[in-house]
Write a protein that binds this ligand. Structure first.
Ligand SMILES: [Zn+2]
Ligand SMILES: [Zn+2]
Length: 302
């Protein structure tokens, strides 16, 4: 038992050392090749996202939906409307997340300096060479200090922080909704075509392809259904993680820090603004944030 514990502790230490080394390597790489990383990674991620959304939109609404619902019926039209609404929300939130700057530079010149009696709460950034507000951290890719920095997102091409986290949450929410909608359609088509298991290599062993003239098509339908399940789980997992962090008023940068937790309702208002969850309905709904990202109330520990 003692040997097992020693081995486990050694394995943990080794994996932690490896993680630190990997993180250090990535940080050094982005520092040395910042411009190349930004010039390649961001356009590639944006194009990948747009192509994926375009493919899913066309495949689901032009092919799958007419195959599972009467194209002249009301159900077909309602699902079309839902698909268009979800894609508009994904693209709108994605665009606003990119366009809304959340760097310290976005503050008015007066607010870029601590108010009287607040200087001790601010910290010095060696890269920007100035005092920056609490919860602001420097991003090597953006080359700026970010207000309440959460993480750098390659899909939006900038950092997610105080001013644009609302759009990032809306983006993830509608990605999850859209992929869930596609998953239902694909499940219905796969069931209707009796294609479940066709793309499963183990079941394929016992199948005679020559007996089924639609085998290739069934294989494609079943494979897309399985890929869709993965494409649903990724945004769903990210959304769940983001919601958990917002509910605790922590960030990816300091995921275990709950010192700013002022109650779940207020925590969500600090990110989503005055209209809170109504912002998920449409990206341009006005929802002013309660502060400008420079002043944060800390929880009182007794
Ligand atoms: Zn900085
Ligand atoms: Zn960044």
């Amino acid at each position: 038992m003692v040997r097992f514990r020693v081995a486990l502790r050694a394995a943990c230490c080794w994996s932690r050392r490896m993680c630190f080394r990997a993180e250090d390597g990535i940080l050094r790489l982005t520092q040395a090749h910042r411009d190349k990383c930004v010039a390649c990674l961001h356009p590639f991620s944006a194009i990948f996202l747009l192509v994926l959304i375009g493919f899913v939109f066309v495949y689901e609404l032009w092919y799958v939906l007419p195959a599972i619902a009467d194209p002249r019926g009301m159900w077909h039209k309602l699902n079309w409307l839902l698909g268009v609404y979800v894609v508009c929300n994904i693209l709108g939130n994605w665009w606003l997340g990119f366009a809304r700057s959340t760097s310290v530079e976005s503050l008015s010149p007066k607010r870029q300096h601590p108010a009287a009696g607040e200087a001790h709460l601010w910290h010095y950034c060696t890269s920007c060479q100035k005092l920056v507000p609490p919860r602001s951290w420097h991003c090597r890719l953006c080359n700026a200090c970010i207000l309440k920095r959460d993480h750098h997102c390659t899909f939006t091409g900038n950092c997610i922080g105080h001013n644009n986290q609302r759009y990032f949450l809306g983006f993830l929410f509608h990605l999850t909704l859209g992929s869930a909608q596609a998953l239902v359609y694909n499940a219905m088509l796969t069931s209707k075509s009796r294609a479940f298991g066709v793309s499963d290599p183990l079941l394929m062993l016992g199948q005679d392809r020559s007996q089924d003239p639609d085998f290739e098509w069934k294989y494609t339908v079943a494979a897309i259904f399985k890929l869709n399940f993965f494409l649903f789980m990724v945004p769903f997992g990210m959304l769940a993680l983001q919601m958990l962090m917002v509910q605790r008023n922590s960030t990816c940068y300091k995921i275990l820090d709950r010192s700013y937790d002022v109650g779940w309702r207020r925590n969500f208002e600090l990110v989503l603004g005055k209209r809170c969850f109504w912002t998920f309905l449409w990206p341009t709904i006005a929802s002013p944030l309660p502060n400008d990202g420079t002043q944060w109330t800390q929880k009182q520990f007794v």
